[in-house]
Write a protein of this length. Structure first.
Length: 190
């Protein structure tokens, strides 16, 4: 992601590019002397924070990095869309051939549900076999937490953010249960 950002900054007008500072760090441990007007958690950032304490630590840390009245924007895949992705993933449990490479692969998924039958996490594994008989299993599983709308709002409020707007898509229409995305804009409260 840092390389993608560098390439984008290189294409900005020089007066804009000189104000951009890129840094690589985990969100819960990021530290800076600078304070920011906006922080963005995109691409399901909260889903990658899988322990019970990591999402809160991340939002509290960002709170300390924001200026007075700084904003936090969270963009998260909705549970309904996540469930659809999970169902599509189940269809990939059979071997798939990539003809131009001579490689077979199989993606398997394990899903965890809470007592209310809500999907709370998914773990994905990929196994790769080459047609020449060699085999590679990538067992570094990707575990992701499913974040529900109410969970995000409660988390933001408990970390001293006031929710300003909630959207369900990038077209800025208000969030409705079943939308593909959960987009929440919050403001830092002192």
């Amino acid at each position: 992601m840092l390389n993608v950002s560098r390439a984008r900054v290189a294409n900005l007008a020089p007066t804009v590019a000189e104000r951009v500072q890129l840094a690589e760090s985990g969100v819960a441990g990021f530290d800076s002397e600078a304070h920011f007007g906006l922080a963005i958690f995109s691409g399901n950032t909260l889903s990658c924070l899988v322990t019970d304490t990591e999402p809160r630590k991340a939002l509290v840390n960002v709170h300390g990095l924001l200026r007075r009245s700084g904003k936090l924007l969270i963009v998260q895949m909705s549970p309904q869309h996540w469930t659809q992705q999970v169902q599509e993933g189940r269809q990939m449990e059979d071997w798939t051939v990539v003809p131009e490479t001579g490689v077979l692969f199989r993606l398997t998924a394990t899903h965890r549900f809470d007592r209310g039958a809500r999907l709370i996490a998914s773990e994905f594994r990929m196994e790769i076999r080459c047609l020449d008989g060699s085999r590679e299993t990538r067992s570094a599983a990707q575990v992701e937490r499913v974040m529900y709308h109410d969970d995000i709002i409660e988390l933001m409020e408990s970390c001293r953010y006031r929710v300003i707007n909630e959207y369900g898509e990038y077209d800025r229409k208000p969030y409705r249960e079943g939308d593909r995305l959960i987009i929440v804009l919050g403001e830092k409260i002192l």
